[in-house]
Design a protein around this ligand. Structure first.
Ligand code: GLN
Length: 238
């Protein structure tokens, strides 16, 4: 019987305005293609966050929604327990910022505690980063190493010693214009691109599955996805 892989998409009503829900659909579909039984749970504020998930997904959102989300997640504790149990996490944009140690919001730059899953801090940047982003995934070679997406964030993020950059920016801003994009700590990956990022970069979806299950997957190439990647990479390089 196929192994069930449990994916939890967190707080669509707060962290769902940039279409990052598509990441859950990509993981679901690729799990099925790889021969697993996907199980998707969409958790809203007020629901318990299951702590038995294999993969957690957090998306982008506005500053005020981010505060509500982070406070609810800290109070709930399910995501933290899930990570301790070995789940992988993809946190995009606002999700990435709240996964860090602190972030600031508002004209007074009020400092808000994050989840502490990544050693990064976010503060208001000099200008909003908006546009196509192209980056090279650290430690990867070949065509899969190109990460493309769309960034749209006012916050800028700096890495502490406990976080490694996820990628190196070729086009766009990424973390804060220092050439780094995103951060990694163990099985937790934070990154800025929407797209959704897993639709544009399915190798990252497979990587999250591999991290969660502690095993390698067979390569899975689909011509329509290769074509989508070709188009998006060309658009970003323009
Ligand atoms: N509110 C955050 C910022 O502007 C995140 C935005 C987003 O998720 N796209 O930095």
């Amino acid at each position: 019987m196929a192994r069930t892989v449990h994916v939890v998409l967190i707080y669509q009503s707060l962290l769902g305005i940039y279409g990052d829900r598509g990441n859950a659909l990509v993981i679901e579909r690729r799990l099925a293609w790889h021969g697993f039984e996907p199980r998707l749970t969409i958790v809203e504020p007020g629901d318990k966050v299951p702590d038995d998930a294999d993969i957690y997904l957090l998306g982008g959102g506005e500053d005020s929604a981010q505060i509500t989300a982070v406070r609810a997640l800290i109070a709930d504790g399910g995501l933290h327990r899930g990570v301790e149990r070995g789940a992988s996490v993809l946190a995009v944009c606002a999700g990435y910022q709240i996964a860090g140690t602190t972030f600031t919001v508002g004209d007074r730059d009020t400092v808000i505690d994050g989840l502490g899953l990544l050693d990064v801090t976010s503060t208001r940047g000099p200008t909003r980063a908006v546009g196509e982003i192209l980056a090279r995934w650290e430690g990867r070679t070949g065509d899969d190493a190109w990460i493309s997406g769309f960034e749209n964030h006012g916050g800028h993020t700096r890495l502490g010693p406990g976080a490694k950059p996820f990628a190196r920016v070729e086009v766009g801003v990424g973390n804060c214009g220092d050439g780094t994009e995103g951060a990694v700590n163990g099985k937790v990956i934070g990154t800025y691109p929407h797209g959704p990022i897993l639709a544009r970069n399915p190798a990252l979806a497979d990587h999250l599955i591999e991290l969660a299950l502690d095993r390698k997957l067979k390569p899975l190439v689909r011509p329509e996805i290769t074509e989508l990647r070709r188009q998006r990479l060309r658009a970003a390089r323009r």
